[in-house]
Design a protein around this ligand. Sequence first.
Ligand SMILES: [Zn+2]
Length: 233
Amino acid sequence: MQRWSFILLILALSVPSFGDGRLVVVIDPGHGGENGGAPCFDHSSEKELTLPLSQMLEVELTQRGYDVVMTRRRDKYLSLKERGATAIDVGGDIFISIHGNASRHHDQRGFETYVLSSRAIVHDAAVFRAGNKSFHNSMLSHFMASQTIQRSAHLANQVHANLRKMWGPSGDRGVRQESMHVLLGLPMPAILVEVGFVDHPIEGKLLKTKKKRQEIAMALADGVDSFFKKKTK
Ligand SMILES: [Zn+2]
């Protein structure tokens, strides 16, 4: 390996950037505008959970000293690409997409946390490489992609553990790997959280309450705290 590519690897390892700058958390309230998301038990839509919950998380994280950037602050449609572009433009240290779940028979409950599958990451690295023919750069993009997936998994585990503490173990549907398109191409740790089932008659009702939303926001913020504390140890 040439010296310059070794230096690039060291630079890649040094993220996130601590020091004078504050950590930037990008929150992505799922859906919006004409894209309502999943139908809730009371015929409202998922987007009516994701925005207020994301705003609660924003308040919580701001109080804890993070810089928070929201991909949207009002009820408007955003493409998945636009959401990712915001995260990249602001140099986000982490990215969290907030969603509510639904099932065919409205009988499922619980919470799930998603990270990109390694298959998606390999595809991602290939796309990245397509515009870049250098062998060393291709090694670097592979290396950075594997670093990002590991750190994303760590973030997912921390957030998920805190959701489990709050909801209880019976609703734990696990940390899962999928080709979540909103997470594709992001250079920072990125997760998608399904905080609960909006269409379940009991859980959906609970998700409407300010109290439960506040508890979820706290759990997510605790997860973010654990992720960064681990990194600074
Ligand atoms: Zn959703």
